[in-house]
Design a protein around this ligand. Structure first.
Ligand code: SF4
Length: 231
């Protein structure tokens, strides 16, 4: 069984804080978020666009040029070959980053011992999850995964992509309080970006300065480390 890879970015300075990394985009995601930047990765195809052997060969050639490899997607924990792939990449000497939305907590628990940093995507308050993911009963697994990440001791950031049609200011502040109460100390608010998004409605209703400074200040005050990403 080989990891199904939809594509790779050989050099990135923005996907693993403080590291120069390659990003491996794994095929497949069970959710259908309207703001998804990579909708072409949501389906798993029988023959993936890149053979895992070719990805590994590329990473072998990059040893010494980059610090880490980030497994992103799609949703990397959807792939049963993830742990083997991570261990092969780790054996080359790379640090391992993982981007996950946490819908497969069991597989996340299996791979966490081999991961150095997690970007944990939290979509919304539990009550609003399905509105963002467009899939019923989507809220339960990611909160379990969030607890796993916090308990693991693996370096991480929690992040939420915000759009005025999906998150009211009250929702955002409530979400921040929920995360803080769980023990999250490093939180990132990512303003919606239209790049790659196929949803005309979301693109049409973007508000440039959302969330506003007052909401950002309320959220920021709850965390030891807080970042607002508008790009
Ligand atoms: S969870 Fe991520 S990859 Fe899946 S649909 Fe949502 S934004 Fe796209």
């Amino acid at each position: 069984m080989q990891l199904k890879v939809g594509g790779i970015t050989p050099f990135s300075a923005t996907d693993y804080p403080g590291k120069l990394a390659a990003v491996v985009f794994v095929q497949g995601c069970p959710w259908r978020c309207g703001y998804c930047h990579n909708p072409h990765l949501q389906s798993r195809t029988e023959d993936s666009p890149m053979a895992w052997a070719d990805v590994l060969a590329l990473l072998r050639r990059r040893v010494g040029l980059i610090d880490a490899v980030v497994f992103s997607g799609g949703e990397p924990t959807m792939d049963p070959a993830l742990q083997d792939a991570i261990r092969e990449v780790r054996a080359l000497g790379y640090g391992i980053g993982l981007h996950t939305a946490g819908m497969y907590p069991r597989r996340l628990a299996e791979v966490l011992p081999w991961v150095d940093w997690v970007g944990m995507d939290i979509k919304a308050t539990p009550q609003s999850y399905d509105t963002v993911t467009r899939v019923a009963y989507s809220a339960r697994a990611p909160w379990t995964s969030a607890e796993l990440v916090l308990a693991s001791g693996v370096a991480h950031e929690f992040r939420t992509t915000v759009h005025p049609s999906l998150h009211t200011p009250t929702d955002l502040v409530a979400l921040a309080h929920t995360l803080r109460a769980m023990g999250v100390q490093n939180f990132v608010l990512q303003a919606f970006r239209g790049v790659g998004c196929l949803d005309d409605g979301l693109r049409a209703t973007t508000v440039a300065a959302y969330p506003d400074d007052a909401v950002v200040a309320q959220v920021a005050a709850l965390f030891d480390r807080f970042t607002l990403r508008r790009e």
